[in-house]
Design a protein around this ligand. Structure first.
Ligand code: GTP
Ligand code: MG
Length: 354
């Protein structure tokens, strides 16, 4: 299960430029609005420097990073829900993503045409929020009559219907679904409605080169990650050493893409653990707080079902003591049971029985 993120924003704000840099393959970036019509899906490695450190110890056949799937869609405009621009049909392509990344134009380049509905970051964000809320209201308008019918037949649908109606009122006031106070059960019921504003959102501020490294304040309680799509698209053309020099000239420690991947992990409450062996060193994505069996289940459901115990070294121990044998010699190799809460960076080996 790769984590998936849908990219939204007004036309010509740099979505496809960012997507292309992210995925190192062609989405089409072009200086005219609505350059993107078909959705583009790209799988992106989650940059994690720890993988190479582990590989230097284990010398595996290959390194396998965690991945995130990005979906690039056409720009939304004011009135998209009523068919303005290209309309909002393509929002269906991001209905099942785990999160939304909204690209907001902060860069000033006068040569890049601003779509007429784009003014400044705050109003652009409001425009997108309005369109996403309207799209969700459209979804609810279709879902509610169906749920009413189903609730008459089967009580199990009553809760989903009640929450759908409550959401309708809430969204009608211009709010995001995710911000509505809900019990866990209601939240689960709401999840099945696949509302766009129910998804966690993070903002990418597509800034001018010289504004990189500046911290941006949160907007509506959401994290804003400053990235220059232009710089990113230049970075991927360079070999790794030149890229490091380029980055340090800009006063940066890592590429915006790495920063974005990390922000997405934080937003979704995710972390990685590693497996390290002769064949491969691999990062696995799990929710923060996941216990050992759940972590094992990410590799294979049999591992979770037949979980016996896990052999664990912390990342720091593993690196400092030179690997598994070193950890063992130093008494730092632990055997953990099914209640062990996996820590970020743990190097794990599972014992199971099926
Ligand atoms: N100066 C500058 N130009 C950029 C930057 N990011 C994108 N552009 C330019 O803006 C134009 C539009 O970029 P795209 O990536 O195609 O925009 P988009 O958001 O995908 O647009 P649609 O698909 O039409 O909705 C292109 O000419 C890019 O080169 C940036 O960070 N700085
Ligand atoms: Mg595009």
């Amino acid at each position: 299960m790769a984590l998936s993120i849908g990219i939204v924003g007004l036309p010509n704000v740099g979505k496809s430029t960012l997507f292309t840099a992210l995925t190192r393959k062609g989405g089409l970036a072009a200086n005219y609005p609505f350059a993107t019509i078909d959705p583009n899906v790209g799988i992106v490695d989650v940059p994690d420097k720890r993988l190479q450190v582990l590989a230097d110890i284990v010398h595996p056949g290959r390194i396998v990073p965690a991945t995130v799937e990005f979906v690039d869609i056409a720009g939304l405009v004011k009135g998209a829900s009523e068919g303005e621009g290209l309309g909002n049909q393509f929002l269906a392509n991001i209905r099942e993503t785990d999160a939304i990344c909204e690209v907001v134009r902060f860069f000033s380049d006068p040569d890049v045409i601003r779509h007429e509905s784009s003014h400044d970051p705050k109003s652009d964000m409001d425009t997108i929020q309005t369109e996403l809320v309207l799209a969700d209201l459209g979804t609810l308008e279709k879902a509610i009559p169906k749920l009413e019918k189903e609730a008459r037949r089967d009580k199990a649908f009553a809760e989903r219907l009640a929450v759908a109606k409550r959401l309708q009122e809430w969204l009608n006031e211009g709010n995001r679904a995710a911000d509505m106070p809900m019990t866990d059960d209601e939240r689960a019921a709401a999840h099945d409605l696949f509302l766009l504003t129910m998804k966690p959102i993070l903002y990418v501020a597509n800034v001018d080169e010289d504004a990189l490294g500046e911290e941006l304040p949160e907007i509506n309680g959401a994290e804003v990650v400053p990235i220059s799509a232009k710089v990113e698209s230049e970075l991927i053309e360079l070999d790794p050493e030149d890229a490091e020099v380029f980055l340090s000239d800009l006063g940066l420690e890592q590429s915006g893409l790495a920063t974005l991947a990390q922000a997405a992990y934080r937003l979704l409450g995710l972390q990685s653990y590693f497996t390290a062996g002769e064949m491969e060193v691999k990062a696995w994505t799990i929710p923060i707080g996941a216990k050992a069996p759940q972590a094992a289940g990410v590799i294979h459901s049999d591992f979770e079902r037949g979980f016996i115990k896990a052999q664990v070294c912390s990342y720091d121990d593993y690196v400092e003591l030179g690997g598994e044998q070193g950890c063992k010699n130093a008494g730092r190799l632990r055997m953990e049971g099914k209640d062990y809460v996996v820590q970020d960076g743990d190097v794990m080996h599972f014992m199971f029985n099926v």
